[in-house]
Design a protein around this ligand. Structure first.
Ligand SMILES: NC(=O)c1ccc[n+]([C@@H]2O[C@H](COP(=O)([O-])OP(=O)(O)OC[C@H]3O[C@@H](n4cnc5c(N)ncnc54)[C@H](O)[C@@H]3O)[C@@H](O)[C@H]2O)c1
Length: 259
């Protein structure tokens, strides 16, 4: 996908899906601002991007803090000389039964997965408008944003909320030439799933790996998803071929949830 010379900011880009997105958009021709809370890992991803031949800059920010997200966008523009694409990818998982979840747990995951995305949409849209240009906003949803999964109820609620924000902001921002879409991955073998599986094992008494295998067993294409499978779809959302698409959160899950 040709996004030569564009500037893309990716949150949660230290590892997993965010890292793969950052590398893919760099291969597509963009310069990348890496935003995360994990300083050392951010530096490693920046080095990988420079090896590809694109510019990279890092900015440590907690996406739950609005000021920090705004500062990250300012940093990206200043260091890379533009601002065209934001990928609000940072997110956390939570495995808890609906009957046991606490107010603190609910607050924490909504702050990261919903407010984190909201501040990213806000900061990016204001920057695009201030620069008088078009822009692309891309958010991390999930299969859990289309189906409420047991023991992932609050996580699912946050991802449904991401779809709501994606739809509403797409409608609000279309007249400014800004598109807002999301990606809804399935079961991606990242640290997040290691933690989901560990907690599910704790709650259900299953063996480590059993719940993960069960989920993967339901995938029509017969294998777990890789971060690169997600990144190739985000590449489409970031590039000109998706210019006529807004407010959507397509499933990219190997055939697991059907809508
Ligand atoms: N792994 C999956 O199967 C899967 C499936 C569907 C959707 N997703 C979504 O994709 C996104 C990335 O998931 P992943 O599997 O790569 O997870 P991951 O845990 O491997 O990586 C998440 C990254 O986000 C960062 N992060 C977390 N909280 C943050 C905060 N407050 N501020 C800044 N950075 C923060 C972490 O440091 C980490 O680098 C998440 O939004 C997740 O919900 C993942």
């Amino acid at each position: 996908m040709n996004i030569n010379g564009k500037v893309a900011l990716v949150t949660g880009a230290s590892q997993g899906i965010g890292r793969a997105i950052a590398l893919r958009l760099a291969r597509d021709g963009a310069d990348i601002a890496i935003v995360d809370v994990k300083e050392e890992k951010m530096q490693a991803v920046a080095a990988e991007i420079r090896e590809i031949g694109r510019k990279a800059t890092t900015f440590k920010a907690d996406v739950t803090k609005r000021d920090e997200v705004y500062a990250a966008v300012e940093h990206a523009e200043k260091e890379l000389g533009g601002f065209d694409i934001i990928v609000n990818n940072a997110g956390i998982a939570q495995v808890e039964a609906i009957l046991d979840v606490t107010p603190e747990e609910v607050e924490k995951i909504f702050q990261v997965n919903v407010q984190g995305v909201l501040w990213g949409i806000q900061a990016a849209a204001k920057k695009f408008k201030a620069r008088g240009q078009k822009g692309k906003i891309i958010n991390a949803a999930s299969i859990a944003g289309h189906d409420g999964f047991p023991l992932l109820g609050i996580y699912s609620a946050t991802k449904f909320a991401v779809r709501a924000l994606t739809q509403a902001s797409a409608r609000e921002l279309a007249s400014s030439g800004i598109t807002v879409n999301a990606y809804s991955p399935g079961v991606v073998g990242t640290d997040m799933w290691v933690e989901i599986d560990r907690r599910m094992a704790e709650i259900t008494g299953a063996k480590i790996g059993e719940n993960y295998e069960k989920f993967v067993g339901g995938i029509a294409l017969g294998r777990a998803q890789t971060p690169e499978d997600v990144a190739s779809f985000v590449s489409y959302l970031a590039g000109p071929d998706s210019d006529y698409m807004t407010g959507q959160a397509p499933l990219i899950d190997g055939g697991l949830v059907y809508r």
